[in-house]
Design a protein around this ligand. Structure first.
Ligand code: FBP
Length: 547
């Protein structure tokens, strides 16, 4: 494969490891843990993996046991920068324990385990992918691992390849499945450990023990670079309002981080919209007022950041989506038989009165997007909904009304953008390259320590990598009961933006100023080589949260 000069230089980068993982390790166990909520229900569902202690690895003078084990690895869900380094770290960790250990990669996500599609990862393959973006080393997929049949089918190939440990690299849903799988294999004494790794650009897999998911750092830096470029363009031509939708699923962490990095004129935070019980009209009014205020100062341009999950947080829309989710889950086959042109009417006729009215009021395109297939975990595919256009067009209409009433006298020309796929496979920042390598290497140590049902955890991330703390957190500790596909299920609690958290407060204290006077910041591209204050800084979110 032909490489760019940067790729070649980057391949030689040696990710930094926490001090404790550099030599032999010893396990320090904490007190037994509990789930974040619904303790009784979760304890009952996970009798073999509930209440385990969280653990930390510390340096040891004893020499390592040469633990012989084969392991498997799966990349699950949306791509996130650094996935290849998790696999490289895992591979190096396994080989350090015992050079004869093997690592198998299951292809195209969890489906590879069920369908017995795999490759053995070798020095040559791993070296080709060190410090690169993407998940193409083994591919990813969204097959949901949840049934006994899938687990048993998976076990057949694990037994055949003599695999004693499986590492699942995924987001909240995939790690939920990892936890269920760990419990099942423990219950049937399958002799297979299951370890999770926290992946997702969305940044919503975090809690008191997991500071951030990998990929969030790089993705936000890539989006912030392009938002900064747009802001420069905006400030140069002074003629457009740019509506920029940012990935992140339900959570607004990406939008918030990009706002902190680039200081746009506005950034909507879904969690705030929900807390204030705002209607869609109120969101539109808020944007229109800022446009009018800037126009009054002669500034007919600006930038608005919009989290992709916004639509789900507007209370009336949230109710509608909840009913639609249940309705579509229970009537999937009947719905698939309805002609496309009749689907809107069919849905309106089957929803409750209030939700039918909201659905009927939506522009055709948005209504259609809301009724598209859910992802395998039952989530609305918010990345397919053009919220940026919906808001831009509605603001335009509102401004036209204000013009008639003499309350606005500006020009409003729009440009629309959606940044998501552009950042998910970017070459990992130094932070993600180091963090991911450490997560993978640490996962190998968890395997060596005989653990199952744990998530690989690296803490103290705002300190230099040498001082990071490595260990493991029982996945059951992160779980609660939630309604999915019309049923109560144990799932890892999603971390949304906290309105009393430091990142949101920092944003809220500055946003009026950013709305009024153009205060853009242009972060520029990620730098891999150079001074540490340019190359090795974590996100503003992480820095503020850990300050
Ligand atoms: P994960 O939750 O699997 O990490 O996915 C992240 C994400 O990029 C979301 O931000 C986005 O909504 C979704 O994936 C898009 O999914 P797809 O890749 O299937 O289009």
């Amino acid at each position: 494969m032909k490489k760019s000069a940067l790729q070649t230089a980057r391949a030689a980068y040696q990710p930094k490891l926490p001090k404790a993982l550099k030599g032999s390790v010893k396990v320090n166990e904490g007190a037994p843990t509990q789930s974040v909520a619904d303790q009784e229900a979760i304890a009952k569902l996970f009798p073999n993996t509930y209440a385990m202690p969280s653990i930390t690895f510390v340096e040891s003078n004893d020499s390592d046991n040469a633990i012989a084990i084969n392991a498997g690895v799966i990349l699950s869900g949306g791509q996130a920068p650094g996935g290849h380094n998790v696999i490289a770290g895992l591979y190096d960790g396994l080989k350090k324990m015992n050079p004869s250990n093997k690592l198998y990669g299951f292809l195209l996500g969890p489906g590879g385990l069920v369908d017995h599609n795999y490759i053995e990862l070798t020095d040559e393959i791993i070296d080709e992918y060190r410090n690169t973006g993407g998940f193409d080393i083994i591919g990813s997929g969204r097959t949901k691992l949840e049934t006994k049949e899938q687990f048993d089918k998976g076990l057949e190939i694990l037994k055949e390849l003599k695999i004693g440990a499986l590492v699942i690299i995924g987001g909240d849903d995939s790690n939920t499945n990892a936890c269920v799988l760990a419990e099942y294999y423990a219950q049937i004494k399958a002799g297979v450990q299951v370890i999770g790794c926290p992946k997702t650009i969305d940044g919503d897999l975090k809690n008191s023990e997991i500071a951030t998911s990998f990929g969030f750092d790089t993705a936000c830096k890539v989006y912030s670079e392009v938002i900064g470029n747009i802001e420069r363009d905006c400030n140069s031509a002074k003629k457009y309002w740019h509506f920029i939708k940012l990935m992140g699923r339900s959570a607004s962490h990406i939008a918030l981080e990009c706002a902190l990095q680039t200081q746009p004129n506005m950034c909507i935070i879904s969690e705030e919209v929900e807390a204030k019980n705002m209607t869609l009209d109120e969101v539109i009014e808020q944007i229109a007022q800022v446009v009018a205020m800037r126009a009054a100062n002669g500034d007919n341009y600006g930038t608005v950041l919009i989290p992709e999950g916004l639509i789900e947080f507007i209370p009336a829309m949230k109710n509608l989506i909840a009913e639609l989710n249940d309705f579509l889950a229970h009537n999937a086959s009947e719905f698939s038989m309805i002609k496309k042109s009749a689907q809107r009417e069919y849905i309106i006729n089957h929803l409750s009165e209030a939700n039918a009215a909201v659905y009927a009021s939506l522009p055709e395109g948005v209504a259609r997007q809301l009724s598209l297939d859910r992802d395998p975990h039952g989530n609305v595919q918010v990345s397919l909904i053009e919220t940026e256009k919906l808001l831009g067009e509605m603001v335009g209409r509102r401004l036209a009304e204000m013009k008639k009433d003499g309350k606005y006298n500006g020009k409003f020309a729009t440009q629309y953008h959606f940044f998501g796929y552009e950042g998910r496979c970017a070459a990992p920042s130094n932070f993600d390259a180091d963090y991911c390598y450490a997560l993978g290497f640490n996962a190998a140590m968890l395997i060596g320590a005989g653990k199952t049902g744990y998530m690989s955890a690296i803490e103290n991330l705002t300190a230099p990598a040498e001082q990071w703390i490595a260990g493991g957190i029982p996945i059951t500790m992160m779980m609660n009961m939630e309604r999915r596909h019309g049923e109560m299920k144990p799932v890892i609690q999603k971390a949304l933006v906290k309105l009393d958290g430091a990142p949101f407060k920092a944003f809220a204290s500055m946003r009026d100023e950013w709305a009024k006077s153009t205060s853009y910041v242009y972060p520029g591209p990620i730098q891999y080589f150079g001074p540490t204050e340019v190359c090795d800084q974590p996100t503003i979110t992480l820095t503020l949260e850990k300050a």
